[in-house]
Write a protein that binds this ligand. Structure first.
Ligand code: GLA
Length: 337
């Protein structure tokens, strides 16, 4: 029996930049999923998070619904790269909520990808596997996402963020200050626009990069340029151990996503304000937007109190319950046994 673990992620800064070849600064977190499996003739998987069984050919043939779509798309991508047709039979257990902005689909793809490569004796460099996972996500659910989520799920390190140039794929790890805690608060609201809005923003940005200069294009481009600069500023501040500098950088990032890129929501704006009022040193929406979650940074010892205060304030203002996750930067995906 082999066992694989793949983490979720939280992005500290660098949003809607990955698919435009820009900079990102995410961290893997101490929540994720574990896959136990044995070699088999087909791909058979069960999950603690979903009913039923995925049962696919070793090249992914047969995937129709649920998490099987991701598994099938990845198996097809790996077959295109020459993976031998070997299967796995296994079970997935997750302590990473799906749909909460923590990149659970990338964690699934990465864990299954490591297992499928091992089963076939296929060696794939981490960023080549990340690229295959990115293509699989697009193939499975038609969301033209970037490489950030699978890349950090594979390359994350405990106590460190990953500074990744999504154009050149150059990367290095940036230590986070000792005792810095991460709080993720899910708004519990996901706009119907989440998938189509993401694709629309990507198209708008590409139009702007191709030279269009109408008002919308100009704002989308301004976000990309200012966000890339903020990633560099944040990495420099962290290199100097100056966590306080992250407050204004993340605030400017949130404002840019809200005003120039137009992917925030009233709930995310509210949560950011609540986190700062409760004493977080920095906070902003994280992930693709149109709903989803915020990330807030605070001394680890104060995170639980801040998280409880944000949840109480959110419930008072909206009537919605939320269960914040207090986490920290953790290691990337690996074979455990
Ligand atoms: C989603 C995508 C990522 C990235 C972010 C926005 O999480 O999966 O590739 O584009 O949105 O930064």
């Amino acid at each position: 029996m082999a066992r694989y673990h793949a983490p979720g992620r939280v992005n500290l800064i660098g949003e809607h930049t990955d698919y435009a070849g820009g900079l990102v600064l995410p961290a893997a977190i101490d929540r994720g999923l574990t896959l136990d499996c044995v070699p088999a003739d087909r791909i058979r998987l069960r999950s603690s998070a979903a009913p039923g069984e995925v049962d696919l050919g070793p090249d992914g043939a047969g995937a129709v619904e649920g998490f099987g779509r991701y598994v099938g798309a990845l198996a097809a991508e790996l077959a295109d790269l020459g993976r031998a047709p070997c299967g796995i039979d296994g079970r997935i257990a997750a302590d990473l909520p799906a749909g909460a902005g923590l990149a659970s689909s990338a964690a699934l793809l990465v864990a299954v990808g490591l297992a499928l490569c091992d089963a076939a004796g296929m060696e794939l460099a981490p960023l080549a596997l990340a690229a295959a996972c990115r293509r699989a996500e697009e193939r499975a659910v038609a969301v033209p996402c970037g490489i950030m989520d699978p890349a950090v799920a594979l390359l994350g390190r405990a106590g460190q963020a990953l500074l990744l140039d999504c154009g050149s794929l150059a990367h290095r790890h940036v230590p986070l200050p000792d005792g810095l805690g991460l709080i993720v608060v899910d708004s519990g609201v996901r706009r119907r626009l989440a998938e189509t809005g993401y694709a629309t923003r990507r198209r708008e940005l590409e139009r702007a990069l191709a030279g269009d200069r109408d008002e919308t294009a100009a704002r989308r481009l301004r976000h990309l340029r200012s966000e890339n600069a903020r990633v560099e500023q944040a990495a420099a501040a962290l290199a100097e151990g100056d966590a306080r500098a992250l407050g204004p950088i993340l605030a400017a990032g949130h404002a840019s996503l809200r005003d120039d890129f137009e992917v925030s929501t009233p709930e995310l704006d509210l949560l950011v304000g609540l986190a700062l009022d409760a004493g977080a040193g920095a906070a902003r929406m994280t992930g693709g937007g149109f709903g989803g979650a915020i990330v807030a940074l605070a001394p680890a010892g104060r995170c639980a109190v801040i998280a409880a205060s944000v949840a109480a304030g959110y419930r008072a203002a909206t009537g919605r319950a939320t269960a914040p996750i207090v986490t920290r930067a953790a290691d990337g995906a690996r074979r455990l046994a």
